[in-house]
Design a protein around this ligand. Structure first.
Ligand SMILES: [Fe+2]
Ligand SMILES: [Fe+2]
Length: 194
């Protein structure tokens, strides 16, 4: 599916702000794919569809989690976490996208996961650093994103967990699995402090 076709299919499902965010995530993901040797085409498609399920009614998201083989413990967590996993199912069901690399990147774009692959990390990072975002500490993450994808994904994971905990929110286990995986990977490589 080319860019124009994908845009035609996602646009009706997104608000104006979310659509513009999606285009910026796609540009950022393509850029990262170029830097780190990932398929720009897959990065673009994953990014364009990453928030596809974001505006489905909560009851519909719930229905998909119950009906499909998605983990049921998702239902114990905030519904903000549901659009990635459900989106990965809907893009196949409604648009015939079967590529598991793309589906996984979408599935885990909010939490990350253990053994994240390159495309998982690219989408996870692009969603966080796209140029429309602005919050303390982001410039540092953007700077590292030009040099080290794993370190950047680790920073995004750490910052996200810190943010959730500072607000006394629950944290889905995949977020911790991602953090632990990335921490170990970095420690093996260059001895992250601690
Ligand atoms: Fe999202
Ligand atoms: Fe997003």
């Amino acid at each position: 599916m080319n860019r124009n076709e994908a845009i035609k299919r996602i646009k009706p499902h997104l608000t104006k702000e979310r659509y513009e965010h999606t285009l910026r995530v796609a540009d950022t993901a393509i850029e990262l794919a170029g830097v780190y040797g990932e398929s720009e085409e897959k990065a673009q498609l994953a990014a364009l569809f990453h928030d596809y399920a974001k505006y489905r009614p909560i009851e519909e998201l719930k229905h998909w989690i119950i009906k499909s083989n998605l983990p049921k413990d998702l239902l114990d967590y905030h519904h903000e976490l549901w659009h990635g996993p459900v989106g990965s199912i809907l893009i196949e069901y409604e648009h015939g996208i079967q590529d598991s690399i793309i589906k996984n990147a979408i599935y885990y774009h909010t939490t990350g996961r253990a053994y994240m692959n390159k495309l998982d990390m690219i989408l996870f990072v692009a969603d966080y650093i796209e140029p429309g975002r602005d919050f303390p500490g982001l410039e540092e993450v953007r700077r590292i994103a030009k040099k080290d994808l794993i370190k950047t994904a680790w920073m995004v994971s750490r910052n996200t967990i810190n943010y959730l905990m500072s607000r006394n929110n629950t944290v889905y286990p995949d977020s911790f699995y991602a953090y632990n995986y990335l921490t170990r990977k970095i420690k093996r490589k260059d001895g992250l402090n601690g």
